[in-house]
Design a protein around this ligand. Structure first.
Ligand code: 13P
Length: 342
């Protein structure tokens, strides 16, 4: 394990005013996103769309520190034959890779999942490092459904153990692990319940990371924000979300980790930006930034709609969202900035 490399990479990924683009949708997920805009998911359309993002040079260079890729993408070349990874590096961002193999049903625990992908992981990590990855991501998924007694301690525990084993292997391959325990927004629970579950999950995860001897200065956390379930009738204000989120993090997350990069988890674009901004106005001992998939991409995806003639407009839409979130990562976002159309 090269601790200097891990620390340098982790810090660069949460550099002030920058955040991470999650472009690591699995084949199934990207097909769903494309279906919503009437585009077939083929190797070529996936390549076209992702090269649109990675070649939005201003966005990547000024606002994006790292890009999370899917297995297919890290091996793919742009239409001009340049590996897509090279575009990311040329714009000054760090390529990373999703290495989990997805959340699968947890046997005997209906409604809960365990994330798979530990078998042979060290070999895959070494392979990804050769392909240019400098960090990795593993997403554990925790559902909330109080009527069914979900989440169970067993689901939290077994996912936390998998995250710890993944993180240890990453650091041994000199890749910075992004540890992502996502408490889902689906459901009817209120803000308080999300806070309770999030704290329980984070405490368990950091216990297991400690037992697995994880080098905290060389990892990043990618948590959910503390928000009410989508079916809960009242949306909390950004200030309420920020208070609950920062409280949960301060109760559970060691100050030694260099940064926290939130997922957007189904929040609207503006909600994800406003909440990140409010979180940064409170602040904490860590860098607090974004590692968004949908909240960075939805506007660009809709603008593109599979048409080559829309590429420039789609890149402008992506650049605008990246800019807004970069401001939010410094607590400097305003609605006025938001209204400056791309
Ligand atoms: P969302 O921001 O769309 O939740 O995606 C982030 C991510 O990487 C989920 O694993």
């Amino acid at each position: 394990m090269n601790k200097d490399v891990l620390v340098r990479t982790a810090r660069a990924m949460v550099a002030p005013g920058k955040g991470i683009l999650a472009a690591d949708e699995s084949a199934g997920t990207i097909a769903k996103r494309f279906a919503a805009i009437g585009v077939d998911s083929t190797q070529a359309t996936r390549r076209d769309y992702r090269q649109l993002l990675f070649r939005a040079e201003e966005a990547i260079n000024r606002y994006i520190s790292g890009v999370i890729l899917f297995d297919e993408t890290i091996r793919q070349t742009a239409s001009d034959g340049t590996p897509l990874v090279k575009y990311i590096e040329a714009a000054g961002a760090i390529p990373g890779i999703k290495v989990d193999l997805g959340a699968k049903p947890l046997a005997n625990f209906p409604g809960e999942t365990i994330t798979e992908g530990l078998d042979g992981l060290l070999e895959r990590l070494n392979d990804y490092r050769r392909l240019g990855a400098r960090f990795a991501k593993w997403r554990a998924v925790i559902s909330v459904d109080s009527d069914r007694g979900i989440p169970t301690d067993f689901a939290i525990e077994t996912n936390a153990q998998a995250l710890a084993r993944y993180a240890a292997l990453c650091q041994n391959a000199d890749l910075v692990p992004i540890v992502e325990p996502e408490v889902l927004m689906d459901g009817e629970h209120d803000l308080e319940r999300c806070g309770e579950v999030t704290e329980c999950v984070l405490k368990t995860v950091f216990m297991r990371l400690y037992e697995a001897r994880i080098f905290l200065e060389g990892m990043l956390l990618k948590p959910n924000m503390v928000v009410a379930g989508k079916k809960y009738p009242k949306r909390a204000s950004p200030e309420e979300v920020a208070l609950s989120t920062v409280r949960a993090l301060k109760n559970c997350v060691p100050a030694a980790i260099p940064g926290v990069a939130f997922l957007s988890g189904g929040q609207s674009d503006i909600e994800a930006t406003a909440n990140l901004d409010a979180i940064n106005r409170l602040g904490g001992p860590w860098a607090l930034t974004f590692s968004y998939g949908r909240a960075l991409q939805t506007a660009a995806l809709n603008t593109w709609s599979g048409m080559p003639s829309n590429v420039l407009d789609a890149q402008a839409a992506f650049t605008h969202r990246a800019h807004m979130n970069a401001l939010a990562a410094q607590g400097q976002w305003t609605e006025m900035e938001e209204r400056v159309a791309p």
